[in-house]
Every structure is written in structure tokens, then in C-alpha cells.
Design a protein around this ligand. Structure first.
Ligand SMILES: Cc1cc2nc3c(=O)[nH]c(=O)nc-3n(C[C@H](O)[C@H](O)[C@H](O)COP(=O)(O)OP(=O)(O)OC[C@H]3O[C@@H](n4cnc5c(N)ncnc54)[C@H](O)[C@@H]3O)c2cc1C
Ligand SMILES: *[C@@H]1O[C@H](CO)[C@@H](O)[C@H](O)[C@H]1NC(C)=O
Ligand SMILES: *[C@@H]1O[C@H](CO)[C@@H](O)[C@H](O)[C@H]1NC(C)=O
Ligand SMILES: *[C@@H]1O[C@H](CO)[C@@H](O)[C@H](O)[C@H]1NC(C)=O
Ligand SMILES: *[C@@H]1O[C@H](CO)[C@@H](O)[C@H](O)[C@H]1NC(C)=O
Ligand SMILES: *[C@@H]1O[C@H](CO)[C@@H](O)[C@H](O)[C@H]1NC(C)=O
Ligand SMILES: *[C@@H]1O[C@H](CO)[C@@H](O)[C@H](O)[C@H]1NC(C)=O
Ligand SMILES: *[C@@H]1O[C@H](CO)[C@@H](O)[C@H](O)[C@H]1NC(C)=O
Ligand SMILES: *[C@@H]1O[C@H](CO)[C@@H](O)[C@H](O)[C@H]1NC(C)=O
Ligand SMILES: *[C@@H]1O[C@H](CO)[C@@H](O)[C@H](O)[C@H]1NC(C)=O
Ligand SMILES: *[C@@H]1O[C@H](CO)[C@@H](O)[C@H](O)[C@H]1NC(C)=O
Ligand SMILES: *[C@@H]1O[C@H](CO)[C@@H](O)[C@H](O)[C@H]1NC(C)=O
Ligand SMILES: *[C@@H]1O[C@H](CO)[C@@H](O)[C@H](O)[C@H]1NC(C)=O
Length: 668
């Protein structure tokens, strides 16, 4: 008997009540242990199957095929469907809904939650070492996980907020622990036990498509909560989920450059990139090939995962549009377990939805093929302005008003800039421009672009400090020098954001009252204590952009502004929740009032955003995405907070104003 057949027989008995309790199985009255000798990984080598021009990666050639499954189902055993594809209605999902309301995903401890034995068989089917039982990253700081280790604890503690690589390299860690539930924070003075909280129960460190298909099928058939984690950067806890099985895409690291690729109507340079690839890896690969790729500013962000699926903004967006505008094709495991190609000519509805419709909604993407651009020179400027001996708060805000008036001029020149406004207390304010990023412009051109703005600032007698210009002959060096690794892991900060339209910044040619109101709204919240981190950016390039699910608010914006509220570290949940609600309702209310029809960028937005469907997607796109979601995922297998269809679900045990992923996921 082949090991695959033995695996099939083992799997077939998994749903029967007796087998669920057993650690071994009886086949033809012979007891078989579930081990690597009896259960082989369920995978076949498939070299074809993509409808895209770029060939499949080796990781994508390893698939769970219908032939592998036919070998299982040919045995005519009734309960094989724990790991099989879905083709129609499933009874197992229904019978495994056992919450009081009959509508929740199964949860550890539930009678119908898969037994240790089932997890063991799943582990064998996905192959040695791939299934990881969660140990929270900070568990070494505590006594109750059996992994206490003062040295490791010290590394986790000291690197918690400055080392996003550490979180990305862990199967379940997330960078915004507030949404996990703060149940296992690193500490050298633990006063409670570490609990798993909103971290998933298990993660599969996937290295091939077959493992993703098995995990998707298993989660769907067993009615498990499913999470996809790439790096864990998500601002809103989208890569966490209590009791879940997580698909961890971090190791899908292949990168292939095509000096000439034809895909649909495009012929030119392209990259095919695994979804585990991070910005620093992609930019290095592009630089090595003497080209440029549109990606984000953050060094460690998973640029082909949640970033590009949510649209993705880039230092190159004012020139080329969103990152998702560059996509030529994607390879995807659908909620039904099938592996398909999404492109303009293959599954075009899926292709439309995946470009801006958000992560963890329509399937697991394994690779993305994007356009590559020629090498380009970049000029950069940095400077700051602040209140001081000769600069009153009113004068400072006049200076800010001058800067904001130039936002459309700057994006029209293809530039992008990242600036901050801090309330230093006692009526003191600081504006930092770091960096003003000008792709393709020479230093001479950049100086000419900034000259009228700087002249107006000088006319107001506002000193500009630290004005420095830099020149680079490629994107990579400019990006590396001016976008340092950002801090993460905070427990006492909440952010929200708005995509302010160009129309708000045209006092001379458009609505001066609206401009005045917009500057006033930003000033007002900063005066109340907000910190502003903002991007002067457009995503409406003169070369045009494809029709996709990207939030239409992106096409009108020149300012993606984030504001943050902070509360004292160690505050009660009630204090934190009150601060979060103040940000959402009061501070953001002032910003929204200046552009009620606009929206916000889903990947750097407020988890409590009112009417997120309109704000993050645009109403018409949302309706189309929601209908498509019902078609491709009628089970609601993929869930992410504020994702398409998420309004049909809730997480139990929540505090108003402070949502976490630490609770059961239930259908409303
Ligand atoms: C320090 C920092 C810098 C940032 N800089 C930028 C920036 O310059 N521009 C910008 O636009 N955004 C930026 N972001 C926001 C970023 O786009 C989001 O955090 C995004 O969600 C990150 O995606 P990820 O895959 O790395 O993270 P994750 O948190 O792992 O995933 C995010 C979401 O995508 C889903 N997902 C991930 N991979 C896949 C996949 N292969 N298939 C299906 N679903 C998947 C996850 O399930 C989750 O829902 C930044 C964030 C941080 C914290
Ligand atoms: C298995 O054992 C039972 C009871 O001992 C016996 O009745 C049955 O015939 C056996 N089946 C096989 C396939 O040997
Ligand atoms: C798939 O093919 C590759 C190369 O031909 C080989 O190394 C690998 O072992 C094969 N994998 C399986 C599961 O057959
Ligand atoms: C299916 O089973 C047959 C017969 O055992 C075997 O020859 C074939 O390789 C199997 N197919 C796969 C994809 O494992
Ligand atoms: C699923 O079940 C519903 C209700 O019983 C039925 O209307 C529908 O046709 C079924 N779909 C499939 C694919 O079997
Ligand atoms: C941070 O982590 C690195 C390894 O990633 C380690 O070398 C370093 O010691 C850590 N820092 C502290 C202060 O522990
Ligand atoms: C984070 O800070 C620690 C010291 O506190 C240092 O050892 C470590 O290298 C830093 N990590 C990164 C990625 O900068
Ligand atoms: C921590 O867990 C242990 C058992 O693992 C228990 O005995 C102890 O009381 C717990 N401590 C706290 C502070 O909850
Ligand atoms: C996409 O396909 C449509 C029709 O199927 C076609 O009209 C359009 O030109 C194609 N676009 C690209 C970029 O290939
Ligand atoms: C390729 O395209 C055909 C025709 O549109 C479709 O039937 C098939 O499912 C597609 N295959 C993949 C892998 O996407
Ligand atoms: C790199 O690309 C630039 C811009 O396309 C081109 O001018 C230059 O010749 C290329 N350099 C090499 C070494 O290929
Ligand atoms: C200008 O903006 C103000 C404030 O939002 C608004 O009340 C007014 O209707 C606008 N005027 C025009 C002509 O749009
Ligand atoms: C808006 O206009 C009013 C009245 O003209 C003026 O007092 C106020 O300073 C302006 N606000 C801003 C932010 O320019």
C-alpha cells in the first residue's frame, strides 16, 4: 500500500467519533500509527497550470491536485472531506457550528474542535516541520509555557518596538499588539501569566501551494477560523485571530526578473515575486537588475501581501499610481482550495477584486507579477520649521498653511513627501519634512520646484532649519538613506487617517473657504494633542491607471494624513477605549467634515472607521466586491476586520472602542 493511500485511509476516519479520540488508526484490523512512515505529504509536482505568461515558481508547482485527491476519494470512504476541495454545499461546516447561537467558528476546547490526532495527521500531510503550534513570541518571559528563558526574553523586550524583522520572522507575532489583546507582552517583571489571546492556535509555515490548499480545505471543512499572516504589519490586527489556523506566507521568497515579458496587452520589463518578499528584498533585487519597482516606504513591509492587496502607496505613486496598478498577474489559492491565475484574461473578476479589495478576503495569493520601471535618479530634500523666539503658534500655522497650499503643485511634479506635525506642549509646534522625495528630478529641478514655497515662508520671516539636498542615481540608495526602519509594537497609541482631496487645497483657483476649513481642522486636532504623520501623494498618474478595486478616494487625493492619539502607558482598557473613541468621533469628525465624500486608506486606517465600506472601498466598488465575495467565499472562510464581508461577523467579548481579535469569531 502506498503511503499516500495509507494517509488517505487515516484521513478518512478523522471525522468518525472513535477515530477522533484515538492516537492510532485501525485499518483492515491492523493498527497503524500516524507517523512520517505511514502518512506522506499530500503533494504532487505540477509544472503547468498557470494561465499567466510568467512560469510557476517551484513552490507553486507543488500542488494538491485532483489526482492526489482522487486517490483519496477513490477509496469510497465517507468522511474524507476534511482535506478535500469543495465543489458544492458542505454539511461538515454546518455540523461543526456549535456556539450557543450555532453560528461561530469552532474554538479550542469545543467538542468539535479537531483533536490532537487530527492536527497530527494534518501536520504529516503538510510535511515535516511546517505545522507550528503557537508559542507567543514573549512566552520566554513567563513561567507558564515551559519555555522561560531570560536571555531570549531580554532580546524580545529590548527589540520589541525597534525591530520589525523580529516580529515578521515569528510565525504569529503582530506589530500592533493592541489588537491582539496584549495578553503576552514582553516583561522582565511578569505579574500575570502569558496567554495566547488573539494569536492563532497553529500556523503553517508554507513553502508550497499544496500546504496552502490543505490548510484552506481543512479550515473550511472543519469550520476553523482562518488567518493569513505575512509580516504582521497590519495596523488593525488583520493578521491575528484567536483559536485560528494561520497560513504564514513569510517564506514565499522567490523573485524572478524578466527583461521582457508579454502579459495581456503589456510587453516590457517585469518581476514575478513571491508574497513573502519584503520591501528591502524587492528593492535590492530591482537595483541588482538596474531597474525600479513600485513598493512602499516601510523597509520590512510585505509588499506583495497585504500591502499590494490593499492598494499600496509608494514614493513612486505620484508618478505611477498605486502599487496594485502595476500588477499584471497573480497566482491564488481560492477559498474552495483551487489554485488559479488572476489576470486581465484569466479570472478577471478576481483580478479586479485583488487589486485594492484587501488582504485575507478572496484567497491566499502566492505570487504577483508586476511591471518594472527603468532605473531613475532621485533628488531628496529635508528641512524643518518650528515655533520659537520669532515664530508664534499663529505664524507657525500660517507657514503650514503655505505648505499645504503647494500640495497639488508638488504631486503634479511627481513627488512624494513624508512629513510630521508635533504638538510639543506649551503652545510649541514642530513640522518635520523627512523626506521630500523627488523621483526623476535633478537637484536643480527640485530646488526650482521648492523655490516659490520657500520664498513665501521666507516672506513670513519663518526660519527653515536644516534644509539639505541630496542626489542619488538610483531609487534604492535614496530609499535606503531616507526611510529608516520605523518603530512598531506600541500599546498606547491609536491611529486614524483621511485621504484629503486635491479640491481641499486650492485656495486660489478653487474654494478658499474649504482650504481655510481644512487647515483649521488639522490645526484644531494638533492643538488638542494629535500627532500628524502625513504623505503628500497622488495616485492619478498622467499615464492613466487600470480599472480595479482601488479605493476611488485615492484618485482624487494629494494628502494621505494619519493622526495619532496617545494615552498613558499602563492605562486601563476603559481609558484606552475612551481615547480611541475620541479619535474616531471627535478628532476624525473634524477632518471628515472637510471632505465627507472622500475616504481613507484601508491599510493605515482606523479599525473603528464609521461606514468603512464607503470610506475604504467606495460604495460602488464595495457593492461589487461584496457580491463577488459571496460568490467566491460563500462559507465566510476568509475574514479580516474591516475586510469585505466583515460586517457579517463579530468577535465575542469586546470592549466598545477597543476591538481586539481575542475572542470567538461568530456570524451575526
Ligand atoms: C512600519 C510600517 C510601514 C508601512 N509603510 C507603508 C507604505 O509605505 N505604504 C503603504 O501603502 N502601506 C504601508 N504600511 C501599511 C501596510 O501596507 C499594511 O500594514 C499591510 O497590511 C502590510 O501587509 P503585510 O502583508 O506586510 O502584513 P500582514 O499584517 O501580515 O498582512 C496584512 C493583511 O493582508 C493579508 N495578507 C497578507 N498576505 C496575504 C496573501 N499572500 N494573500 C492574502 N492575504 C494576505 C493578511 O491576512 C492581513 O489581512 C506600513 C505599515 C507599517 C507598520
Ligand atoms: C476484523 O476483526 C473483526 C472482529 O475481530 C472480524 O469480525 C473481521 O472479520 C475482521 N476484518 C478483517 C478485514 O480482517
Ligand atoms: C518535484 O520535482 C522536483 C524537481 O523535479 C523534485 O526535486 C521534488 O522532489 C519533486 N517533489 C515531489 C513531491 O515529487
Ligand atoms: C495515485 O495512485 C496511483 C496508484 O497508486 C499512483 O500511481 C499515482 O502516482 C497516484 N497519484 C498521485 C498524484 O499521487
Ligand atoms: C446549496 O444548497 C442550497 C440550499 O439547499 C441550494 O439552493 C443550492 O443549489 C446548493 N448549491 C450547490 C452548489 O449544491
Ligand atoms: C536585539 O536582537 C538582536 C538579534 O536580532 C540581538 O543581537 C540584540 O542583542 C537584541 N538587543 C537587545 C538589547 O537585547
Ligand atoms: C533594537 O535596539 C536594540 C538595543 O536596544 C539593538 O540591539 C538592536 O540591534 C535594534 N534592532 C534594530 C533592528 O535596529
Ligand atoms: C499561572 O499559571 C499557573 C499554571 O500554569 C497557575 O498555577 C498560576 O496560578 C498562574 N498564575 C497567575 C498569576 O495567574
Ligand atoms: C483586458 O481585457 C479586456 C477585454 O477582455 C480588454 O478590452 C482590455 O484591453 C484588456 N486590458 C489589458 C490591459 O490587457
Ligand atoms: C485558465 O483559464 C481557463 C479559461 O478561462 C479557465 O477555465 C481555467 O480555470 C484557468 N486556469 C487557471 C489555473 O486559472
Ligand atoms: C541601467 O539603466 C539605465 C536606465 O535605463 C541605463 O541608461 C543604463 O545603461 C543601465 N546600465 C546598465 C549597466 O545596464
Ligand atoms: C466651499 O467650501 C465651503 C466649506 O466646505 C462650502 O460650504 C461651500 O459650499 C463651498 N463652495 C463651493 C462653491 O463649492
Ligand atoms: C480662516 O479664515 C478666518 C477668517 O478669515 C481667519 O480668521 C482664520 O485665521 C482662517 N483660518 C485659517 C486656518 O487660515
Amino acid at each position: 500500500m502506498s503511503s499516500l493511500l495509507k494517509a488517505a485511509i487515516l484521513a478518512s476516519a478523522l471525522l468518525s467519533p472513535l477515530a477522533v479520540a484515538a492516537q492510532t488508526l485501525v485499518v483492515d484490523n491492523v493498527t497503524i500509527a500516524a507517523t512520517e512512515d505511514t502518512v506522506a505529504p499530500a503533494i504532487a509536482n505540477v509544472s503547468t497550470g498557470s494561465n499567466a505568461t510568467a512560469e510557476l515558481f517551484t513552490s507553486e508547482a507543488g500542488q494538491l491536485t485532483t489526482e492526489v485527491l482522487t486517490n483519496l476519494t477513490d477509496l469510497q470512504l465517507s468522511d474524507i472531506d476534511l482535506f478535500t476541495f469543495n465543489t458544492g454545499n458542505e454539511t461538515s461546516v454546518v455540523t461543526r457550528s456549535n456556539c450557543a447561537s450555532g453560528s461561530c467558528k469552532v474554538y479550542p476546547g469545543d467538542a468539535l474542535y479537531p483533536s490532537k490526532f487530527v492536527w497530527n495527521v494534518f501536520s504529516l500531510l503538510v510535511g515535516r516541520g511546517a505545522l507550528i503550534k503557537t508559542v507567543p513570541i514573549a512566552a520566554p518571559c513567563y513561567t507558564n509555557w515551559g519555555v522561560q528563558d531570560a536571555d531570549r526574553c531580554s532580546v524580545v523586550l529590548n527589540n520589541w518596538t525597534n525591530d520589525s524583522y523580529m516580529h515578521a520572522d515569528d510565525p504569529t507575532s503582530v506589530m500592533w499588539p493592541l489588537y491582539e489583546g496584549l495578553t503576552c507582552m514582553p516583561t522582565d517583571t511578569p505579574s500575570a501569566n502569558c496567554s495566547i489571546g488573539g494569536y492563532p492556535s497553529y500556523a503553517v509555515a508554507v513553502t508550497n501551494v499544496a500546504q496552502i490548499q490543505l490548510a484552506v480545505n481543512f479550515a473550511r471543512n472543519a469550520n476553523l477560523r482562518l488567518v493569513v499572516k505575512n509580516t504582521g504589519h497590519d495596523f488593525n490586527g488583520k493578521s491575528a485571530g484567536a483559536g485560528a489556523l494561520s497560513i504564514w506566507t513569510h517564506n514565499l521568497k522567490q523573485v524572478k526578473f524578466y527583461s521582457k515579458l508579454t502579459q495581456d496587452k503589456y510587453t516590457g520589463m517585469a518581476f514575478k515575486i513571491g508574497t513573502g518578499v519584503q520591501a528591502y528584498e524587492l528593492y535590492a533585487a530591482a537595483n541588482a537588475n538596474n531597474v525600479t519597482v513600485v513598493g512602499g516606504e516601510g523597509r520590512s513591509v510585505g509588499v506583495m501581501g497585504g500591502y499590494i492587496l490593499g492598494g499600496g502607496h509608494s514614493p513612486l505613486s505620484s508618478l505611477y499610481g498605486t502599487a496594485s496598478d502595476q500588477v499584471l498577474a497573480m497566482e491564488v489559492v481560492l477559498p474552495n482550495g483551487q489554485f488559479v491565475t488572476a489576470s486581465n484574461s484569466s479570472n478577471p473578476d478576481l483580478f479586479w477584486a485583488l487589486r485594492g479589495g484587501g488582504g485575507s478576503t478572496f484567497g491566499v495569493v502566492t505570487s504577483v507579477t508586476v511591471k518594472a520601471r527603468p532605473r531613475m535618479s532621485v533628488s531628496v530634500a529635508t528641512f524643518s520649521i518650528s515655533t520659537g523666539a520669532t515664530v508664534s503658534a499663529d505664524l507657525f500655522w500660517q507657514g503650514i498653511s503655505v505648505y499645504l497650499k503647494y500640495l497639488p503643485v508638488f504631486t503634479d511634479a511627481g513627488t512624494y513627501s513624508y512629513f510630521s506635525i508635533f504638538n510639543l506642549g506649551g503652545g510649541a509646534y514642530a513640522f518635520g519634512m523627512s523626506p521630500f522625495f523627488a523621483p526623476t528630478l535633478s537637484n536643480t529641478q527640485l530646488k526650482a520646484l521648492l523655490a516659490p514655497f520657500l520664498a513665501e515662508i521666507a516672506a513670513l520671516n519663518i526660519p527653515v532649519t536644516g534644509l539639505t539636498y541630496y542626489a542619488y542615481d538610483n531609487f534604492y540608495d535614496a530609499w535606503w538613506a531616507h526611510f529608516p526602519l520605523e518603530t512598531i509594537g506600541s500599546t498606547n497609541i491609536k491611529t486614524a487617517s483621511r485621504l484629503f482631496p486635491r479640491a481641499n487645497f486650492q485656495p486660489a483657483t478653487g474654494n478658499a473657504t474649504l482650504f481655510n476649513q481644512t487647515v483649521g481642522a488639522i490645526r484644531s486636532t494638533v492643538e488638542q494633542g494629535a500627532t500628524v504623520l502625513a504623505f503628500n501623494i497622488a495616485a492619478n498618474p498622467s499615464s492613466g491607471y487600470p480599472d480595479s478595486a482601488v479605493n476611488p478616494a485615492w484618485r482624487k487625493t494629494v494628502l494621505h494624513a494619519i493622526q495619532a492619539i496617545a494615552w498613558a502607558e499602563g492605562s486601563s482598557d476603559e481609558v484606552a477605549a475612551a481615547a480611541c473613541l475620541k479619535l474616531t468621533n471627535e478628532w476624525m469628525g473634524e477632518w471628515r467634515a472637510t471632505c465627507p465624500e472622500a475616504g481613507a486608506y484601508m491599510s493605515e486606517a482606523d479599525i473603528l472607521e464609521p461606514n468603512f465600506q464607503q470610506s475604504f472601498y467606495g460604495t460602488s466598488n464595495y457593492n461589487r466586491l461584496y457580491a463577488f465575495k459571496q460568490k467566491v467565499d460563500p462559507w465566510g472562510l476568509f475574514y479580516a476586520p474591516t475586510g469585505v464581508g466583515s460586517e457579517d461577523w463579530y468577535v465575542t467579548g469586546q470592549i466598545d472602542g477597543l476591538p481586539t481579535q481575542n475572542g470567538r469569531l461568530c456570524r451575526l
